[in-house]
Design a protein around this ligand. Structure first.
Ligand code: CAA
Length: 380
């Protein structure tokens, strides 16, 4: 067994960490406050090859593996959780399904602009009345000559307000239940497509989270991903990949929380000495560091399963996302606790980290959904 990262992975980690700590971390409090989508950072990350990490070089990507993608997302999220999920959604929820299920024409047409920062991607799955229950979606796409006519509303769409290319799911045949769902690539400027409410979120506030409205949107027939009825499986396989990256985002947020807690505990004095000398603080720090290391190993293992070509890695991916999200919320809470009253103030980074962490247990499948996936894999 070899726990070492490869030389390429180590170089990537070093490069992303340096960039993220010098350029993304100083902007994080600002964009948390303003909610401004960090386009300048996105353009810079495109130059660093971080928007198409697993996309083959022939389509403008970096051609790295899935462990590398997790490493990059952890480092970006450690500096800025909003930027972390923006990049994760572009990589694993938009470029990945096109790489994996797209036709040669779709790959040539859509991947380069998603890798070079000209466009950002989004994943149109969740609806106002259907979140965990994917097959409960109401959107429809009806074939009419050379086009599908798409109708429906998608909600809580990360990057939605700024994205140029969307992977969208809708029923092409409702009678077939989940086997009647199809996936489409939809361009932003298609007539009938508009943006609805922008969400005013508790954390990850710079992610242009927005409602998407489709009213008789004519999607060219050739924009279907795979075949009619493939949508549910495309969606589940894509989420198997993207959940590894949310696990990585969780590890990044948790690591940032630990970094802040350790620094503060060495500076803050009480009863005549730094608070890091007190065993109750030490106990929290030891727990936090151990939780982070365990979560990171689960995330890397899930990425490794995908990299080595395992057909079904749903359990490994769900375990990494479930555990890493759970500990990230706990680690961020402990970091606030170590800061005492100051941790509750917006003047301290841990206040933002605690807010940012909560979403991890909700999006890309709630923690309850992850437990369903794990248990079903063990009992089927
Ligand atoms: N890969 C391939 N096939 C899969 C699969 C997988 N991972 N998981 C399930 N399937 C197949 C099953 O084998 C089954 O196939 P057959 O019909 O051939 O038997 C079929 O799909 C149906 O599977 P289930 O019966 O398990 O489906 P279900 O309706 O019970 O749903 C679920 C299961 C796990 C709850 C699923 O609906 C789910 O994951 N829900 C959560 C949705 C989610 O994660 N949403 C996140 C939104 S995206 C987001 O948050 C992005 C963002 O903004 C950051």
């Amino acid at each position: 067994m070899n726990f070492d990262l490869t030389n390429d992975q180590k170089m990537l980690q070093e490069e992303v960490r340096k960039y993220a700590q010098t350029e993304l971390a100083p902007l994080a409090p600002e964009i948390d406050k303003s909610g401004e989508f960090p386009w300048a950072s996105i353009k810079k990350m495109a130059q660093l090859g971080l928007l198409g990490v697993i996309v083959p070089e022939q389509y403008g990507g970096s051609g790295f593996d899935f462990v590398s993608l997790a490493i990059a997302i952890e480092e970006i999220s450690r500096a800025c959780a909003s930027t972390g999920v923006i990049v994760a959604v572009n990589n694993s929820l938009t470029t990945y399904p096109i790489v994996q299920f797209g036709s040669e024409e779709q790959k040539k047409k859509y991947l380069p602009s998603l890798c070079n920062g000209q466009k950002i991607g989004a994943f149109g799955l969740t609806e106002p009345n259907a979140g965990s229950d994917v097959a409960g979606m109401e959107s429809t796409a009806k074939l009419d000559g050379g086009h599908y006519i798409l109708n429906g509303t998608k909600r809580f769409i990360t990057n939605g307000g700024e994205a140029g290319t969307f992977v969208v799911f809708a029923y092409t045949n409702r009678e077939l239940k989940h086997k009647g769902i199809s996936a489409f690539i939809v361009e932003r400027d298609t007539p009938g497509f508009s943006l609805g409410n922008h969400e005013d979120l508790m954390g990850i506030r710079a992610t242009a989270n927005c409602e998407l409205i489709f009213e008789d949107v004519k999607v060219p027939k050739e924009n279907i991903l795979g075949n009619e009825g493939d949508g549910f499986k495309i969606c589940m396989n894509t989420l198997d990949v993207s959940r590894i990256d949310i696990g990585a985002q969780a590890v990044g947020i948790a690591q940032a929380s630990l970094d802040e807690a350790v620094k503060y505990s060495k500076e803050r004095k009480a009863f005549g000495q730094p608070v890091c000398n007190f065993q109750m603080i030490q106990s929290m720090i030891a727990d936090m560091a151990t939780q982070i290391q365990a979560a990171r190993l689960l995330v890397h293992y899930a990425g490794y399963c995908k990299d080595k070509g395992m057909q079904r890695f749903s359990k490994e991916s769900a375990m990494s996302k479930y555990y890493a999200s759970d500990i990230a919320v706990d680690v961020a809470r402990k970091a606030v606790q170590i800061h005492g009253g100051y941790g509750y103030s917006k003047d301290y980074t841990v206040e933002r980290l605690y807010r940012d962490a909560k979403i991890l247990e909700l999006y890309e499948g709630t923690s309850e959904v992850q437990k369903i996936v794990i248990a079903r894999e063990l009992t089927r």
